[in-house]
Design a protein around this ligand. Structure first.
Ligand SMILES: C[S@@+](CC[C@H](N)C(=O)[O-])C[C@H]1O[C@@H](n2cnc3c(N)ncnc32)[C@H](O)[C@@H]1O
Length: 190
């Protein structure tokens, strides 16, 4: 998890904390945009070193979460022929799943500049694009995203797999997560 922590304490990620007032004033720009001049993904596109940093940080978390899924819930993948990872970063998730369940054809989808540097993995197709163009816009509309996924998957055997960490129900802890979230948009944007 070291890279994830190093990313979160990097100057680029710490600077938005000094612009939290934009959320209170509802200026329309996120703290990240005010601090760094662009939204998080446009910034990453223009700064390949930062983009690689994000990819490696995401892979830290993915390695833990995906290993747990492979060990605890392998049955989820029975009968699945193809699997799309939207916003798959450097492709760690599909590389791990492909190794554990080699019958699955993986489709790794992310922004073109991210996919361009992702590893080429046997059994995984890399596709660059904007998922909000292809699927729908923003997290508040995830019901619409899931409906679109439903349209795309075969009616008889298709499944949408949702992975969510379950944290202890603790009001103080939930409040701490909200403090972190304020740096981003209510809808999950940065
Ligand atoms: C927070 S990371 C999550 C990475 C990975 N899914 C994980 O959980 O470890 C978000 C990913 O979504 C990608 N992303 C952001 N906006 C996107 C868009 N409009 N279309 C496709 N991918 C996008 C980013 O490039 C990044 O790889």
């Amino acid at each position: 998890m070291a890279t994830l922590i190093l990313l979160e304490i990097s100057p680029v990620m710490l600077a938005p904390w000094h612009s939290l007032s934009s959320r209170v004033l509802d200026s329309g720009n996120s703290p990240f945009e005010i601090a760094n001049g662009k939204d998080a993904w446009s910034y990453a596109e223009k700064n390949p070193g930062h983009s690689k940093f994000i990819d490696e940080a995401m892979a830290c978390e993915a390695r833990v979460a995906v290993q747990a899924i492979i060990e605890e819930y392998p049955q989820v993948f029975d009968g699945i022929k193809s699997l799309v990872d939207f916003g798959g970063s450097n492709g760690t998730v599909l590389a791990m799943l492909g190794k554990a369940f080699p019958w699955i054809h993986g489709i790794h989808f992310d922004l073109p500049f991210v996919v361009a540097v992702a590893a080429k993995v046997d059994g995984v197709e890399n596709i660059g694009g904007d998922m909000f163009e292809c699927v729908q816009r923003r997290a508040l509309e995830c019901i619409k995203i899931l409906k679109k996924c439903r349209e795309a998957i075969p009616e008889d055997k298709g499944e949408a797999i949702i992975v969510q960490a379950v944290v202890e129900v603790d009001k103080n802890r939930a409040a701490r997560f909200r403090e972190v979230d304020i740096r981003h948009g209510d809808d999950g944007t940065y």
